[in-house]
Design a protein around this ligand. Structure first.
Ligand SMILES: Nc1nc2c(c(=O)[nH]1)N[C@H]1C(S)=C(S)[C@@H](COP(=O)(O)OP(=O)(O)OC[C@H]3O[C@@H](n4cnc5c(=O)[nH]c(N)nc54)[C@H](O)[C@@H]3O)O[C@H]1N2
Ligand SMILES: Nc1nc2c(c(=O)[nH]1)N[C@H]1C(S)=C(S)[C@@H](COP(=O)(O)OP(=O)(O)OC[C@H]3O[C@@H](n4cnc5c(=O)[nH]c(N)nc54)[C@H](O)[C@@H]3O)O[C@H]1N2
Ligand SMILES: [Mo]
Length: 751
């Protein structure tokens, strides 16, 4: 028997973990994976893999891998394919590519947002590059991750760089995790590490979430159950209490904020439309009291009152929102409500506080595969691609259509599209079906081959999206090719994804066949600039090194599999703006934190989303009259057992968190449901059959199902695996035009 070789590598799926993986390889076979379990004095946080990371080889290298190119032979979506050669695959691809380009123009081509390869060398960027060199394509903006919180943060602070390193939370006197579940849903390795330290140091931690999530258990934290999509009502009532008790940081509000009271309103705006008047009910006669919010959120008024006082008096305090609250119907307001509280209490620009919002903290540059400017110069929010398949020609700036340089709802110019989407590239993505809202609507739309005429998928498995391909190409997994991976929110390291084994069967990287396509349409030199895959990686790394001179030589980096930047302290965002606002304006149009958004004030949306952060009852929220038919709220979350849809084919991980509907014991009792019973969850959009988990770890009137299970319809179209997007909608949020996929109403029945 030959020796075991240990090869360092990193995961590249889109879970924020990006941990270090050591592959133990003997004779070309991966025997096991291990990880970094201990930090060092220089870098105390280990980039430690969880169960997902330690299972990559079991997930990716099984019998169910796609191994050959295939073309569709049955109806689209039926799942009938036949094996073809790579030559035939390229023939079909080239022919359809040229036909669609020449018939409908460059704007008929779309690349789906997706994140199966969250690394430099990824198919979607490569395809963007090729299409940009060949007339352009319909581009996209936003993401499925953070559309609402990003737009909300941008309009309020003028930047999304509002985060600091988690080690700073050791300086907080109270930590509130608001719809944030880092024990299960990874943003990085350091968040949970420092939260555990904070807990051990005696800093109180409160979690606000419809579910008593794993983080509550891991940190032995206090749990405040809330109805989904009502976070801004809780924020309003907390703000009301803080004002009534005179606990606000008035100096901060006066010096740094726009729109909090009538004395600080933008010129031309009705001065009575400020936050304070709204909270006190000066306009609508409804003071936003804890009693008012109790009816909406389900949180007892006394709990709201004491939460508000605790937060306002424990300075500095860090109120940290995850992305769960903003993946809701009016998710922009959930994010803005939390920012309002940070401002009201003067927790912005201070160590131990937290400004709120997206919380990016980019201390180092993130490299990416280069894409030239898109000559078609039009893009849509990622969540609206199905509309562009259906009726792109009717879409306007009101739908979020904009040029590549135009901001959201900026200077409308009457922009329109030249074509509906006719060709889709869905590369390392499952958003074609599984991860987009309202699966049944998408299925119907894509089955009609007169609408979108050609779909190319590259994946590792026969996913729900892959079943809708016309041409299905087998990609390589993280073990079969090199790449450079980037961390998520805190950019303090760079990972090298080493090649561990040879590609399985006929699997090929996206670069390989996109380059060949480029050659067939006469663009090979422009596309490759003379570089092969490995040369691109080296080139992009060396290019980055010119700006990040601390990085080691390529071969050293590759051999170690990781480079951790020297820790040189961390930024406290807005420190100087808050200390000396007269000389350091915030990067907003007014130079102040725009609690009253001048942008929203001018946008044609006032009925849905007002210029100030405040609760607006969302469609399919707990106050929607639709609750008479569908009385239960259904929310989702990102489970520890998967990275979205990745690993659902791995039985070990399925066992770690079986796909079940969480339902409160009282809601189960009124429906005669026992623990483990098979139940039908339904609304007008679809039906799912899964076992019920009866638990008091969820708010009353609320159910939850983790997102990312593989859509698996039975003969009647009922999903039998628990893919939540059968029940979600494609209704975009009002301002960001984002995905409110956590806001749904359903009914549940025992089967
Ligand atoms: N294990 C794992 N980690 C992941 C991922 C994964 O798939 N698996 N995906 C990665 C990606 S791409 C992303 S974008 C992030 C996603 O990160 P998040 O968006 O933060 O994750 P979620 O699980 O959707 O939401 C976080 C918490 O918010 C709660 N929540 C849901 N709706 C509401 C609400 O209306 N109000 C309040 N207060 N809470 C609510 C959920 O119950 C959950 O506990 O995670 C990343 N990390
Ligand atoms: N209801 C609901 N829907 C959601 C969410 C939610 O919270 N609720 N979350 C949203 C969020 S935050 C996100 S980011 C999206 C994620 O949506 P996606 O990016 O579509 O999700 P993934 O499951 O990560 O899809 C990755 C695909 O790439 C494939 N893949 C993995 N590794 C490789 C590789 O090396 N090569 C190739 N070629 N393919 C590979 C996988 O098999 C999988 O099909 O989902 C969104 N959808
Ligand atoms: Mo995401």
């Amino acid at each position: 028997m030959s020796e075991i070789k240990i090869i360092p590598t990193t995961g590249r799926n889109n879970c924020g973990g990006r941990c270090i993986i050591y592959a133990h390889v003997r004779d070309g076979v991966i025997e096991k994976l291990s990880t970094e379990t201990r930090g060092t004095p220089d870098h105390p946080v280990p980039l430690c893999a969880c169960a997902k990371g330690l299972n990559y080889h079991k997930t990716f290298l099984g019998e169910d891998r796609l191994r050959y190119p295939m073309k569709r032979i049955g109806e689209r979506g039926e799942g009938k394919f036949v094996r073809i050669s790579w030559k035939e695959a390229l023939d079909i691809l080239t022919e359809e590519y040229i036909r669609i380009r020449d018939t409908y123009g460059p704007g008929s081509r779309y690349i789906n947002d997706g994140c199966g390869i969250s690394a430099i060398m990824c198919g979607d960027r490569m395809m963007q590059r090729l299409l940009a060199l060949d007339g352009g394509y319909l581009g996209c903006y936003n993401s499925y991750s953070s559309a609402c919180i990003r737009n909300a943060t941008k309009i309020t602070y003028g930047t999304c760089e509002t985060g600091t390193y988690p080690s700073d939370w050791m300086n907080s006197r109270l930590i509130i995790l608001w719809g944030h579940n880092p024990a299960e849903t990874k943003f990085d390795s350091s968040t949970l590490f420092y939260l555990k330290k904070a807990k051990a140091a005696g800093i109180p931690i409160i979690v606000i979430d419809p579910r008593k999530n794993d983080t509550v258990l891991a940190l032995d934290a206090e749990w405040i159950p809330i109805r989904p999509a009502t976070d801004s009502a809780l924020a309003d009532a907390m703000a009301y209490v803080i004002l009534r008790e005179d606990l606000q940081d008035q100096t901060f509000l006066d010096n740094c904020c726009l729109g909090f009271d009538s004395a600080h309103m933008p010129e031309g705006a009705d001065p009575s439309q400020n936050c304070r008047s709204y909270l006190l009910g000066e306009h609508d006669g409804i003071p936003k009291t804890p009693e008012w919010a109790e009816k909406i959120t389900g949180i007892p008024a006394g709990t709201i009152r004491s939460l508000a006082v605790r937060y306002a008096t424990a300075r500095p305090a860090a109120l940290i929102q995850g992305y769960g609250p903003q993946r809701n119907a009016y998710g922009e307001q959930s994010a803005r409500g939390a920012i309002l509280l940070s401002c009201l209490t003067g927790n912005v620009g201070v160590s131990g506080g937290y400004a709120g919002g997206t919380g990016d903290c980019s201390t180092h540059e993130q490299p990416s595969f280069p894409v030239p400017d898109n000559p078609y110069n039009r893009r849509l929010p990622v969540f609206l691609w199905t509309d562009a398949v259906d009726h792109g020609l009717k879409m306007t700036e009101y739908d979020g259509l904009r040029t590549c340089h135009q901001g959201i709802f900026d200077n409308p110019t009457g922009l329109t599209l030249d074509s509906n989407i006719k060709m889709i590239f869905n590369l390392a993505s499952n958003t074609l079906i599984n991860q987009h809202g309202d699966i049944n609507r998408t299925v119907k739309l894509l089955k009609d081959t007169s609408k979108c005429e050609f779909i190319v998928c590259s994946d590792l498995f026969m996913t729900a999206s892959a079943r809708f391909a016309d041409l299905l190409l087998p990609g390589v997994s993280m073990f079969e090719e090199e790449n450079i991976t980037k961390p998520w929110r805190y950019t303090e390291f760079l990972g090298f994804n080493n090649k561990v084994i040879e590609p399985l069967s006929e699997c090929r990287t996206e670069y390989d066949w996109i380059r060949e396509l480029a050659g067939r349409i006469g663009l090979e030199d422009a596309f490759t600039e003379g570089r092969d895959y490995e040369q691109w990686l080296r080139y992009l790394y060396e290019d980055l090194r010119t700006r990040e001179p601390e990085l080691p030589e390529y071969n050293v980096f590759r051999e170690k599999g990781i480079y951790k930047y020297e820790e040189k302290g961390y930024p406290i965002p807005f420190e100087k703006e808050v200390r000396d606002p007269a000389h350091h304006p915030f990067p907003t149009p007014s130079g102040r934190i725009e609690l009253f958004s001048t942008k929203l004030w001018h946008a044609p949306l006032k009925d849905f989303i007002p210029p100030i952060p405040r609760y607006v009852a969302p469609p399919e929220g707990p106050e929607d009259p639709l609750t008479r038919r569908y009385p239960l709220q259904l929310s989702g979350w990102h489970t520890k057992a998967r990275s979205h849809t990745v690993h659902d084919n791995n039985p070990r991980l399925r066992k770690l968190d079986p796909q079940q509907l969480w339902i409160h014991s009282e809601d189960a009792a009124t429906r005669g449901i026992q623990d483990g019973d098979l139940v039908l969850i339904y609304n007008d959009r679809g039906q799912i059959k899964v076992p019920a988990k009866i638990t008091d770890r969820i708010a009353k009137g609320v159910t939850a199902l983790s997102q990312g299970a593989w859509y698996t319809p039975d003969d009647n179209g009922v999903d039998v695996r628990g893919s939540i997007n059968v029940l979600t909608s494609q209704r975009p949020t009002p301002f960001a035009r984002g995905n409110g996929q956590h806001t749904n109403l359903v009914e549940v029945e025992k089967l």
